[in-house]
Design a protein around this ligand. Structure first.
Ligand code: 2RA
Length: 339
């Protein structure tokens, strides 16, 4: 039986990428349904060569759906994802709402594919935060080889992580500055054009941001709670593609050559690492790609078993839409659903 798949939030950045990736990967769907808010009802979204007519979420019957990929904000997800799950659809949710729920598996297939087996408790599986997903694709093989004791991560996150309005803001603000239009350039609370903003999501009690907390908490849930991880998450004037500078300290020796060898064979990873001009990946080059790229692999001699790496990935793909589709593929691979 081929599968009926609903993409909920189909008109947003991530929803549109989910539709693209379902088609690119030839996911075995007999029908793909685009669902969004009432105001988008009747509009069209692309699905390969086809166009889908958007259906209204508040009127949608999930009982006919096998898999519902949710790409909505937390509030909408909190209301509708449980309804979809109770109606029989397996929900794969990209919001942060269920990620830390004890009965909801949080999954990056290259890291903890077996965790999908626990989906039956709530019929919901959570996608991790985009910056966590790409990081763990790179860290998992290194952790298996030499046990990560401590990780220090600095992220350089593109504006698409906070939605299409933020992309428009970067474009219009940059243009306003270049054409010397102070009125347009100054309408935004914080200038992102030609700037970096060390603040993503809300501030926590301890002075970190919730984005930084997510990277720690989600790493502990998916990989190993013993890893001491600290993160600084920064918004940068890039449209798509998150970059991360990661410093690692291992329990066991691991040279940069051994690390490069391991990463070059690891699932989802593509190593581009030459010590010359252009011998590394930049966010512009990862857009539209499935890979998590790793560059600048080098020893950190300041500690006993240290390593530095540079990790780049399309945050709308591996960071969200691709990972969600891969979770659906994993459900098939592990025999939970039959295509
Ligand atoms: C961001 N990771 O980049 C957050 C949510 N996608 O804004």
């Amino acid at each position: 039986m081929a599968l009926v798949v609903a993409v909920v939030g189909a008109t947003g950045n991530v929803g549109r990428e989910m539709l693209n990736i379902l088609e690119e990967r030839k996911f075995p769907a007999s029908e793909v349904i685009a669902v969004a808010s009432r105001r988008s009802q009747g509009s069209k979204v692309g699905y390969g060569e086809k166009e889908l007519t958007v259906k209204a979420l508040d009127r949608f019957d999930f009982s006919t759906v096998d898999i519902a990929l949710f790409a909505c904000g937390g509030k909408v997800t909190a209301e509708f994802a449980p309804l979809a799950a109770e109606a029989g659809a397996i929900v794969i949710d990209n919001s942060s709402h269920f990620r830390m729920h004890p009965d909801v598996p949080l999954v990056v297939p290259e890291v903890n594919a077996e965790a999908v087996d626990g989906y039956k408790k709530k019929n919901i599986i959570a996608n991790p935060n985009c910056s966590t997903a790409q990081m763990l694709v790179a860290l998992k093989p290194l952790h298996d080889a030499a046990v990560i004791k401590r990780a220090v991560v600095s992220t350089y996150q593109s504006v698409s992580g906070s939605g299409s309005a933020a992309m428009d803001e970067l474009f219009t603000q940059t243009r306003a500055i270049l054409v010397n239009d102070p009125v347009e350039a100054n309408v935004y609370p914080k200038q992102i054009a030609f700037n970096c903003i060390p603040h993503i999501d809300v501030f926590m009690e301890d002075g970190s941001t919730k984005e930084e907390w997510k990277m720690v908490a989600e790493t502990h849930k998916m990989l190993d709670s013993a890893i001491e991880l600290t993160a600084t998450c920064v918004r940068v004037p890039v449209f798509v593609g998150h970059s991360e500078s990661i410093n690692l300290e291992f329990e066991k020796p691991l040279s940069h050559n051994e690390a490069r060898e391991i990463l070059s064979k690891a699932p989802g990873c593509l190593v581009i690492d030459r010590r010359d001009d252009g011998g590394y990946i930049t966010p512009l080059e990862c857009v539209g790609d499935f890979n998590t790229y790793i560059s600048r692999i080098r020893d950190d001699k300041t500690v006993k078993h240290g390593l530095n790496i540079w990790v780049v990935s399309d945050n709308l793909r591996k960071g969200a839409a691709l990972n969600a589709v891969q979770i659906a593929e994993t459900l098939i691979e592990r025999g939970h659903i039959t295509a």
